[in-house]
Design a binder for this molecule. Sequence first.
Ligand SMILES: Nc1ncnc2c1ncn2[C@@H]1O[C@H](COP(=O)(O)OP(=O)(O)OP(=O)(O)O)[C@@H](O)[C@H]1O
Length: 777
Amino acid sequence: MPDNPNTTQDTVQLSLAALQEQELQRLYNSLRQGQQPMADWQGGSLAVSAVPGAGKSTGMAVAAAIAIARYQLHGKRQLVVVTFTRSAAASIKGKIREYLKPLRLPQNSFVVYTLHGLALNIANRHPDLSGINLDTLTVVTPNQTHRLIRACVEQWIASNPRRYSLLLEGVSFDGEETERLRRQSVLRTEVLPSLAYTVIHEAKSSGLLPEDLWVISQQTNDPYDILAIAAGLYEHYQRVTRSRDFIDYDDMILAALRVLDDNTVRQLWQRQFFAVFEDEAQDSSPLQYRLLQTLAADPTNPYTPLNLIRVGDPNQAINSTFTPADPIYFNRFCTQCQEQQRLATMDQAGRSTPIIIDAANFILNWVNQTYTQNQDESTRPFRPQTIHPVPPDDPQTDANPQPEGRGLEIYQPSDIYQTVELLGQRVIDLFTRNPNHNAAVLVRENRQGNFIAQKLDYLKRQHGIDVYDVQGSDRHSHIPIEILALLQFIDRPHSPDYLKAALDVLVKRQLIPTQDLNALATYPEQFLYPGPLDPHPTPAVSQAARYCRSLLRARLELPHYQLISFLALTLKYDQSELATADKLAERVVKQTYSSSAMPATLAALSEIVSSERFEPVETEDADSRYLRRRQLTIITMHKAKGLDWDYVFLPFLHEDTIPGNPWIPTAAQFLGDFTLAEVARAQIRASLHEHPLPTALEAWEKAGQLKTAEEYRLLYVAMTRAKRLLWISAAQKGPFRWNTFSGQASDNLQIKKPCPVLPVLSRRFPDSVVSLATRVI
Ligand SMILES: Nc1ncnc2c1ncn2[C@@H]1O[C@H](COP(=O)(O)OP(=O)(O)OP(=O)(O)O)[C@@H](O)[C@H]1O
């Protein structure tokens, strides 16, 4: 007899619910103890302060899936997960998706955004309220040489002759004409653009308007009235950007907040978003935090606690000296939550072998003891947090793995050449024995990375070990440059310079054979269209000429707006490069809306190349390229955040880079013993933190302390990337400055002081000091 249909349906639903319950329990059990408070969350605010490798992102992804199940979220009532970089957003999204599948929960029950992406979405959905219409406006990330910044500097100079002449006089001036011209150039092209760039970003992302800066400037007392100059520059910048239909990323957040000022619209979004989970919370600016707070509030009762989880590690705050991010805000949030018993600490980490954890903990304490100012806790470089290994029954496979070699190895090579030699030998030795492991060299500056990549290119040839130089191989950053080179050639094929630059791109992309490009570019006409009397071209030359002619044909055959996409295909870009090229094309079309002729396109592209950071479109596997087995990845310490490798090499740990010194460019020393940009930044921060405003010299000193603290946090981030071996060294001799070092043996090397943590670390871990007479096996 057939079952009663209702009963069958009920049984199916029951067993589905039981399966879901089982799966949820399995997910929950996969968490380590420190991650559980996130999964236990049942509304309200929660701060999670975690140590490196504690499993913040993993814990947050599981907690998100559990919250979606618990609150039956769906497309109209979603969880918002926010993180800092696009690759982190892609990775956490992938994890949540996977967890939701066996739970049979709707995939549209959550959204993952970067903070800017979230703001953009809100602002763009309500153009009438945000004042932002992306069909007519262009989003830019201007740097100091961008014409918007240059224009605001020029306008400020024109309207502030008295203040400008005070700057020209500096601390002393004998009126000599050449010196006056030199100072003018330094002020116009370096000092004022740098001040404008720093201050506009800092003030805007803290929610300050130019008028607010004027008010703050009245409390300062320095000879140049730096904050008043800053306020003036900011005012001009706002005017110029608006008049030219540009907006920057800070405007985007402000625009989203403007939208949310409207009661009806705010409630709409608050109903749409059930709760906000934020990862990497130590990196947010005050304005970004305000956006999250608004979205996490209850639509009907503003006094209900926010549905907000913020997870971060204040000790991994490594952007605060060059962006407006400031770990003080996340630390405050932790303190507030602690008072309400809503602070969870994740202090167990399974990433590293115990000696690496000990070394990181030791450095943290030593730096705090050495650099805390006058016992004032608020000046401590690190939040006192000790990393603990996980218990033996931890769910992570191979948690706190066995060390490789000594686990921590400290070297003092005679010079930087010997450093790379030792490093190369160690890599060969490690990969020979463990071909499934991976390794990275983390550097402070890109120049150091170039040098290492050059010296280690034999690893591939002789030992089949891939060396992946992230900076060098990051083709995405070259996309606007390559497209510009080809377009310039298409526009003026008879220019030998443009022809050579285009050929150069084709060679680099391995589309034509390497050959003497000068010979080809000297007579463009003869190269492109050889006549019967010209010498017969070699096959390599013919191939190059064919490529170039096909580019020229495209100009005649294709509509203007398709050229960039065509070039991207010609250059055989991969999937994510093509996406970046499409984004570039869209941007250029928008910027040249009123005149779609070639000169306008070239002008727009040149500007992007010379004065902006054009953000590439990242695909989900962006990070995995850095982590391949049997590969040595060369990457900056900043970019390594969030990643880990079996073996991590930290060469060139010298005092002049870590912690380094606050630096006043020689050209600008006529202004005094500080830089205007750093003074302004420190004064703005003091005002935001409700501290008395420092004088210029005090502010400069404060900026120096912040830099020292941040450099040590960067070192801590770098050390905690290692799982089985942390290899560190400071050569006795190195270049005076890396940015002027050519890498040639003929360049003079100087005696270098090691980073101050090295001697203390060597004393604390004497068995880790490798004397060069004994090799580590
Ligand atoms: N509960 C868990 N079970 C198994 N593995 C885990 C668990 N939690 C974390 N891991 C693993 O630990 C490693 C570190 O996790 P994750 O990247 O989430 O840490 P993190 O705290 O974000 O690290 P960091 O801040 O140092 O970059 C990852 O390889 C992750 O897969």
